[in-house]
Design a protein around this ligand. Sequence first.
Ligand SMILES: [Zn+2]
Length: 91
Amino acid sequence: MEHQTSIPNPLCEVGRTHPRDKHRMKPVEGYTGVWECTKHGIYATVLPEEVADSIERGSAYTMHNGAQGVAGRTGDDRPGGIVFYYRPERG
Ligand SMILES: [Zn+2]
């Protein structure tokens, strides 16, 4: 986790379910291991699989910046866990 390896950025959650709109997320500046899709307003991080599995989709999730977010799906396996998607809560 100390430095970025050759592991590609995760696919956007939207791109996973819409093959014609596959695109990768970009690292969030200032937060190691957090990615963002600015187009869709979705974030991703890597969680241990048992942690990610215990978070119900659509439930509250505290984001990397401490803001209230909403849990999304899980994605690809990664070293140390699995990609976990979330997005900011919208009013
Ligand atoms: Zn996207």
